[in-house]
Design a protein around this ligand. Structure first.
Ligand code: SF4
Ligand code: SF4
Ligand SMILES: [Zn+2]
Length: 335
């Protein structure tokens, strides 16, 4: 099924300009955009992945990772092929870098996705695994229906999206885990993108009251310097808040980065300590075994409040969004 794209402009000679993400691809008839999933057919732009998910799974929300958003709930998680970045370390490159029809898909319309979520008692739908921006029309249609059914919408995203489509999405979006990948050089050299629009998108989500958590994948030799960690924390403090959770995660060799070693657990643990010292209240580690780094502590009385193992919340002491010991409000969406 072809679905006409929502954000584009028709140019002369049947060219089209896509306005969904900052790349702004100008596409010739029969050509595809940089994300491989938006095609110019006779002077009109179409999404080639509408209702064509290549992956539907049921994940604990903690796996996104979202640690301060409805702990213990399951998210119906969905992806089509395609991404507007081309990270050399992408864990999901087989689907993120694929073209439509290169990966087997099922035809599943938005109504059926919401129905599946209800049948499986998922309070959350997550648009994830690849880059949801590039399947925007599908995501938006599902999100509108889900909201009517009081199901929460969440994304896991690189946040490389233009302001107008993002603002429209924010009306239906409840939470997002955003990859905040590192300094500008990192975006350009490893992801084939650039950082400024990502910063803008994060601020828009925050201002629009979408619950956000950030993930910083530490790649040895690329974004693991203390200076990189400090600058990331500084940016969060200056532009968002010390209450925004930050997840430092370990890199494992994948895709075109098979020659690099995995990040040492001590590097990830150290990054967490630096960020806490600099004032962030909720900092976590991921992709390593670290009980302390996967626990939520009260920022005031320092008592453990939510304990997690392997992506599951196993113990949650938070009551009405507050620490039961000292009554401090714990940022997040808890019910
Ligand atoms: S969404 Fe795809 S086609 Fe549109 S500008 Fe971005 S990369 Fe290009
Ligand atoms: S943004 Fe995410 S999905 Fe896209 S290439 Fe990078 S790691 Fe893969
Ligand atoms: Zn407390």
């Amino acid at each position: 099924m072809l679905k006409e794209a929502l954000f584009y402009e028709k140019l002369k000679n049947k060219l089209v300009k896509c306005k969904l993400c900052p790349r702004g691809c100008v596409i010739k008839p029969n050509g595809y955009g940089n994300c491989n999933v938006r095609k110019n057919v006779d002077g009109k732009l179409y999404s080639m992945v509408y209702a064509k998910p290549v992956s539907i799974a049921f994940d604990p929300v903690e796996k996104k990772p979202l640690f301060h958003f409805l702990p213990g709930e399951r998210a119906l998680s969905i992806a089509t092929v395609g991404c507007n970045f081309h990270c050399v370390y992408c864990q999901n490159w087989e689907i993120s870098q694929a073209k439509p029809n290169e990966v087997p898909f099922s035809l599943v319309y938005p109504e059926e996705i919401v129905k599946k979520a209800k049948i499986h008692e998922c309070k959350i739908i997550s648009y994830t695994y690849t880059e949801p921006t590039v399947f925007y029309e599908y995501m938006l249609d599902i999100a509108k229906l889900a909201k009517k059914e009081k199901i929460k919408n969440t994304t896991v995203t690189n946040a490389f999206i233009n302001k107008e489509p993002l603002k429209r999405l924010c009306k239906f979006l409840d939470a997002s885990n955003i990859d905040f990948k590192g300094p500008e050089k990192h975006y350009q050299e490893l992801c084939g993108g650039w950082r400024k629009p990502v910063e803008e998108a994060i601020k828009i989500m925050y201002e629009n009251k979408v619950w956000i958590e950030l993930t910083y994948l530490i790649i040895p030799g690329h974004n693991d310097k203390e200076k990189d960690i400090r600058e990331t924390v500084k940016w969060i403090k200056e532009n968002l808040s010390v209450e925004v959770p930050l997840h430092f995660t370990a890199f494992y060799p994948a895709y075109k980065m098979l020659d690099k070693e995995a990040t040492k657990p001590e590097t990830v643990i150290k990054a967490r300590k630096i960020a806490i010292k600099l004032g962030l209240k909720y900092v976590y580690t991921g992709n390593i075994i670290d009980e302390e780094g996967s626990t939520t502590y009260c920022p005031e009385c320092k008592k453990p409040l939510v304990k997690r193992t392997a992506f599951y919340s196993v113990e949650n002491k938070i009551v009405d969004g507050k620490c039961p010991y000292c009554n401090t409000k714990i940022a997040g969406v808890w019910k």
